[in-house]
Design a protein around this ligand. Structure first.
Ligand code: NAD
Length: 259
């Protein structure tokens, strides 16, 4: 459906996007809104979330949910609030994530635990909370945001890469367990996108490595990742389940590793 047609025929469908205050999550939220859906934007950063909602300017079709995806009680409360406001949840995009890039021998246990808690436990908790709401209306779709760092090992990414490899397998587990209930679960493995996260952890050396290792020789955009998420959530992907789609400019296809 074109953006114009979607805007003139609002869908009753509802998406929950985590980590939606900025970056890839905000682009995903905007994509669902362009398709006519209503969207719950969940983020740990309340002020950033308020800025995003003000910029979107769709108060009737959005709900801001301040929440830490790693804390089950907060997730449950946020999902309950979204279901009460809009009556249903059709898609969940587990996008919230954090990155620590440093040598394994310098990584602290606390950093490890936080990366695993947000990136891997978060999608587990959010899916567990949303699935029963999806099932009230016959099912839905979950997309987990993994990373090319979950497909290939490389320097500095011991916790981050391991969490994302976990997300890829979590996707298969969730697909196996939820498919026959009517919920499809897939993942997107983005290549590098120049968000706040990338600005924090991508040194000039990492940027040069990505440039050389990616056949398209560039970073992706937030919207290019959102396009993949939308495809997997839409009916166009109605027989796609348990898969990880790399949206990475060809990085994974070529097989040249990063240092
Ligand atoms: P970002 O840092 O710009 O945005 C992440 C958002 O998640 C922020 O708004 C942040 O406040 C929120 N968040 C962090 N911890 C949270 C928590 N505990 N609970 C709720 N919200 C939380 O990063 P981004 O680049 O847009 O990343 C989005 C996703 O894409 C992440 O899962 C990331 O790992 C993944 N990814 C990013 C890249 C990249 O190069 N940017 C590449 C591959 C994968």
């Amino acid at each position: 459906m074109s953006a114009k047609a979607a805007a003139s025929t609002p869908s009753r469908k509802v998406a929950l996007v985590t980590g939606a205050a900025r970056g890839i999550g905000l682009a995903v939220a905007r994509r669902f809104l362009r398709e006519g859906w209503r969207v719950g934007l969940l983020d740990i950063d309340g002020p950033e979330l308020a800025k995003a909602l003000a910029a979107i300017g769709e108060p009737d079709r959005t709900l801001a949910l301040e929440c830490d995806v790693a804390i089950g009680a907060q997730v449950d409360a946020a999902v309950t609030e979204l279901a009460a406001r809009f009556g249903r949840i059709d898609a969940l995009v587990n996008n919230a994530g954090v990155a620590v890039f440093k040598p394994m021998l310098e990584h602290t246990a606390a950093e490890w635990e936080r990366v695993i808690a947000v990136n891997l436990t978060g999608p587990f908790l959010c899916t567990q909370a949303c699935a029963p709401v999806m099932l009230r209306h016959g099912g839905g779709s979950v997309v987990n945001i993994a990373s090319i760092s979950g497909l290939r090992a490389s320097m500095l990414r011991v916790a981050y890469g391991t969490s994302k490899a976990g997300v890829i397998h979590l996707t298969r587990q969730q697909a196996a367990e939820l498919g026959n209930l009517g919920i499809r679960v897939n993942a997107i493995a983005p290549g590098p996108v120049d968000t706040a996260m990338a600005k924090k952890v991508h040194t000039p050396d990492i940027r040069a490595d990505y440039h050389d290792a990616i056949p398209l020789n560039r970073y992706g955009s937030e919207d290019e990742i959102a396009n993949g998420v939308w495809f997997l959530c839409s009916d166009e992907a109605s027989y796609v389940n348990g898969q990880t789609l790399a949206v990475d400019g060809g990085f994974d296809a070529v097989g040249i590793g990063l240092p």
